[in-house]
Design a protein around this ligand. Structure first.
Ligand code: 5GP
Length: 200
């Protein structure tokens, strides 16, 4: 069976990864979202097993020991990790899997899965990113400064990705991702069984 695509949507905090991801999944129910584990507290409305698998620090550390994560990272003092078994099984079954993760996590996944599709979501401008971080109202002034500093450093890692997608109008970002998926599925290297040349 043809393997599914590993789609990684990443980018600095507050670029709107969550919003774009939700809109994409609504339009494309054929894509499976990888639900991460985290040690952060659930926010109002978040559902166990749908938003995240919420874990204690101890539970998370046991999962690290068991090698259960494709990658994990400490993001703003909480652990976040991608369960390996779900991703591997879905790809083997031919399903396309979407990971919505931070920049450090995405670059770790790229080392292990070089055939994945690495998409970097950027804000329309750095000023707009600053506005978005400041207007969320969920962080203290200190946390806002930390996020701004981190976003700046993460923007410098864009060259390690395959695609740059601007998140100005959400529907346009979703269309761009769909175009990328269509093109990626046609890439010659994904048709190993049909390649007849011995030059590879
Ligand atoms: P939030 O707490 O707002 O849901 O997420 C904070 C950050 O953690 C976001 O940038 C999100 O993309 C990232 N994140 C969510 N799940 C994972 C994961 O499994 N691994 C990594 N490395 N980052 C994640």
């Amino acid at each position: 069976m043809k393997k599914g695509l590993l789609l990684v949507l990443s980018g600095p905090s507050a670029t709107g990864k969550g919003t774009v991801c939700k809109a994409l999944l609504k339009k494309r129910p054929d894509i499976s979202l990888s639900v991460s584990c985290t040690t952060r507290e659930p926010r109002p409305g978040e559902i166990e097993g749908k938003s995240y698998f919420f874990k204690t620090q101890k539970e998370f550390e046991s999962l690290i020991e068991e090698n259960a994560f494709l990658e994990y990272a400490n993001v703003f003092s909480n652990y976040y990790g991608t369960p390996k078994s779900f991703v591997d099984a879905a790809i083997e079954q031919g399903k396309d899997v979407l990971l919505e993760i931070d920049v450090q996590g995405a670059l770790k996944v790229k080392e292990a899965y070089p055939k994945g599709v690495y998409m970097f979501l950027v804000p329309p401008s750095m000023d707009e990113l600053k506005n978005r971080i400041r207007s969320r109202g969920t962080e203290t002034a200190e946390e806002i400064e930390a996020r701004l500093g981190k976003a700046d450093a993460e923007m410098k890692l864009m060259h390690r990705y395959d695609y740059r997608i601007v998140n100005d109008v959400v529907d346009e970002a979703v269309c761009a991702i769909e175009a990328i998926i269509t093109a990626e599925k046609l890439r010659v290297f994904r048709y190993e069984e049909e390649i007849r040349s011995d030059e590879i």
